[in-house]
Design a protein. Structure first.
Length: 409
């Protein structure tokens, strides 16, 4: 079995784990936010609030203590592994897809001429430096003014969003903005929220009164995580939607998504806190989303101009120079280019699926791995109703790809 197929399955496994752990993390986060905001605090006693809930045929009586009950329980459930494994699986997926496949997904030579190792270094360093800058800002005097801090952080996110699009492909730029945000969220859990909670627990066990500042700091970071969750999901999904990542306004689209995250979460936070249904937030969200849709199609409203093709990497040039390339290209033109082209002829399609265009020799060579996986190693493409590739045709695609790479990519 060649390396390409093994890598493809490794990506699938990492994505599966990533989605599962993200569901667990986001689900528990949303649950506890709603629980905390909806607690009944008009009760006597040491508890800060309580709630009765019913689920799965049973009744649950939940009490919250701002510091701790009179006696510390021997067993505490720490909600951290969901966050950690979401980040770890996400990094694994980033490496498998965008680092190993840097020439296909990370680098766009029309944007910046980078060697794969240079792109990978920028990718990794940007995530680490992003957390450092964010953490320093939160620990500065701005941390005493949460609203001002949020505005400053949003401005920085806009700059970072633009900066990523000046370095990476559009697909990778939005993905990295999501990865940076997710890194900040997980680092908040690992380096701030959990350590602060451990300090409080240790003080209580030792009979000391915990300093209230630890709870205040953790609350600030938890609030940030609350409002960043929805934008992260959008950015992680964006790589499947070219109208989001392939627009020249992709950086502004990404920035506006963070505003949508605020308006949506504000509605639910207010509702769970029993402060009313702020329906205006839905209007604001719809307006922002309408602007995003408009920005995505804005280039299409101009007069058509020739679409500049990206330069080929050395590996992609070998695909184009292979003796069987002409035969493979003919197969692609006759079976794929009706959908995967700058001008799509298939009814019902607004654009090339996945943003993949196969209407020139250069573009076919650039998409060699995708062609191999979709039409050579599997029968995923063309769709069943339009599948005119014979087994001999698919064998030709496999031979072409494997002779160039040896199955190594």
């Amino acid at each position: 079995m060649d390396t390409t197929i093994l890598l493809h399955w490794a990506e699938f496994a990492a994505r599966w784990l990533h989605v599962i752990t993200a569901m667990a993390w986001i689900g528990s986060s949303f649950y506890f936010i709603a629980l905390d905001l909806g607690l009944n605090r008009d009760i006597p006693g040491p508890a800060d609030g309580e709630e009765w809930q019913i689920h799965g045929g049973g009744f649950y009586h939940i009490q919250k203590y701002m510091v701790a009950p009179a006696e510390m329980p021997e067993h505490l459930t720490w909600f951290k592994w969901e966050s950690y494994f979401t980040w770890l699986s996400g990094v694994a997926l980033l490496i498998l897809l965008y680092w190993v496949g840097a020439e296909l997904y990370l680098i766009d030579w029309r944007v910046m001429d980078l060697a794969p190792w240079q792109a990978m270094v920028i990718s990794g360093l940007s995530l680490a430096l992003g957390w450092v800058v964010y953490d320093l800002l939160c620990k500065s005097k701005l941390g005493d003014s949460p609203t001002t801090l949020m505005i400053v952080l949003f401005g920085i996110l806009v700059v970072i969003s633009w900066g990523y699009t000046q370095v990476f492909s559009g697909r990778a730029a939005l993905l990295h903005l999501g990865a940076l945000t997710a890194t900040i969220m997980t680092a908040n859990v690992a380096h701030i929220i959990i350590p602060n909670q451990r300090i409080v627990v240790a003080d209580l066990k030792a009979g000391r009164t915990p300093d209230a500042k630890y709870g205040k700091i953790a609350k600030l970071r938890s609030t940030h995580n609350n409002y960043l969750t929805l934008p992260v999901i959008f950015l992680m999904l964006s790589n499947h939607y070219p109208l989001a990542f392939a627009s020249e306004w992709n950086w502004l689209i990404a920035a506006l998504v963070f505003l949508m995250g605020v308006t949506i979460r504000h509605f639910f936070n207010s509702m769970h806190a029993r402060k009313g249904m702020l329906w205006w937030t839905w209007g604001a969200t719809a307006l922002i989303f309408g602007i995003i849709v408009w920005l995505s199609v804005l280039p299409l409203m101009r007069d058509d101009a020739p679409v500049e093709e990206a330069a080929l990497s050395p590996l992609q040039e070998r695909f184009a120079a292979h003796g069987q390339f002409t035969e493979v290209a003919d197969l692609v033109y006759s079976n794929c280019a009706m959908c995967h082209a700058a001008e799509v002829y298939m009814p019902g399609l607004a654009g090339a699926p996945g943003g993949v265009m196969l209407d020139s020799d250069t573009r076919i060579a650039a998409q060699a791995q995708a062609i191999y996986l979709q039409a050579g190693a599997s029968h995923a493409m063309p769709p069943g109703a339009y599948a005119f590739l014979t087994e001999e045709d698919r064998a030709l695609i496999r031979t072409w790809y494997r002779e160039v790479t040896g199955g190594a990519l």
